[in-house]
Design a protein around this ligand. Structure first.
Ligand code: AMP
Length: 306
């Protein structure tokens, strides 16, 4: 089952306690697509500028990712600069340049229209909504957002939330969106805004899925751990990689049962744990399905009680 993803394809400048990288390939849709590509076919909708060249293109094509929906525009690609010097769990944004994303009008290739899975990665909620409306056939729609859109673009974000099956955000964003500092109450308030499932990402502490009581009979709140790692090189993209592993696994399964969703939470954690081991997308580009399955087994061991 194919996934279409819309979101940023970017250049990132990143500083962490392990070092600094200038203008490496990043973007929420990039991390998501790479992670999901180990499970299923992935199609990307985005825009890039003239600075996006053959080496960047190869990162996508060598994973078999469909780039027909990546438009090339005159100007520079989306640029983000952030650091994690005080807290590895939360990026401090120093600079965001929308560049070609500022005037982006998403065009959906006809070949994408049969995608049953749609992921609205972090980008202007106006664009997320436009893509959602243009793809009414999508059977499962998930999305992400960030503090910037929650604070300053709330009205359009609320429209997006009404059309989502699954929202994946971190704990700070959950509390901010709900205006409640208790995570469980905040999760309930967020579920009242539309999504029937909320996946709250806790960075190095894993992720929790909450279900709307009226929708998921028998589906219980469930937490997947994160792998305790001795060294985190660069947390950038961990959340998007989690989403890619989570959604990619779901799209690869014949039926979406509560057990499938629980396993998807583990595959999300697995993909996030790989991403942080190197700068940017370095680690995600070179994985094998064996490595992924071995790490999944490690996660099972980590949490198995008897
Ligand atoms: P994550 O660490 O998973 O939350 O996502 C990191 C990625 O998000 C980076 O590669 C950035 O290029 C991208 N990003 C940062 N700010 C924005 C924004 N305002 N809109 C879209 N993407 C962004």
């Amino acid at each position: 089952m194919a996934i279409t993803v819309v979101g940023s394809v970017a250049f990132d400048t990143i500083e962490t306690p392990a070092g600094r990288r200038e203008r490496c390939l990043g973007g929420a849709a990039t991390y998501f697509a790479l992670a999901a590509s180990y499970f299923t076919d992935v199609r990307v909708i985005a825009v890039v500028g003239e600075d996006f060249g053959a080496p960047e293109e190869k990162v996508f094509t060598s994973r078999g990712i469909d780039m027909r929906g990546i438009e090339r525009a005159t100007g520079k690609s989306f640029f983000w600069e952030g650091s994690y010097l005080e807290n590895l769990n939360e990026a401090k944004t120093h600079n965001t340049e929308l560049n070609v994303f500022g005037s982006f009008q998403p065009k959906i290739p006809d070949a994408y229209r049969d995608s049953e899975f749609l992921f609205l990665a972090n980008i202007d909620p106006v664009l997320q909504r436009r893509v959602r409306e243009a793809m009414p056939q999508a059977r499962l729609v998930a999305g992400d957002t960030m503090n910037y859109w929650i604070k300053d673009h709330r009205a359009s974000l609320l429209e997006v939330l009404k059309g989502l099956d699954v929202l994946l955000i971190n704990d700070t964003e959950t509390r901010m969106l709900a205006g409640n500092s208790n995570l469980v109450k905040a999760a309930r308030a967020v579920l009242d805004l539309g999504p029937r499932m909320l996946v709250v990402k806790h960075g190095e502490y894993g992720a929790t899925v909450f279900h709307r009581a009226d929708h998921e009979a028998g589906a219980k709140t469930f937490r997947a751990p994160a792998l305790p790692l001795e060294e985190v090189i660069d947390p950038t993209g961990a959340g998007d990689s989690f989403a890619g592993g989570f959604f990619g696994y779901l799209a690869s399964q014949p039926a979406l049962t509560p057990a499938t969703f629980r396993r998807a939470m583990f595959y999300g954690s697995v993909m996030g744990s790989f991403t942080v081991e190197r700068f940017g997308t370095e680690r995600l580009q070179l994985l094998s399905r064996d490595e992924i399955d071995n790490r999944f087994a490690l996660f099972r061991e980590l949490t198995h009680l008897d």
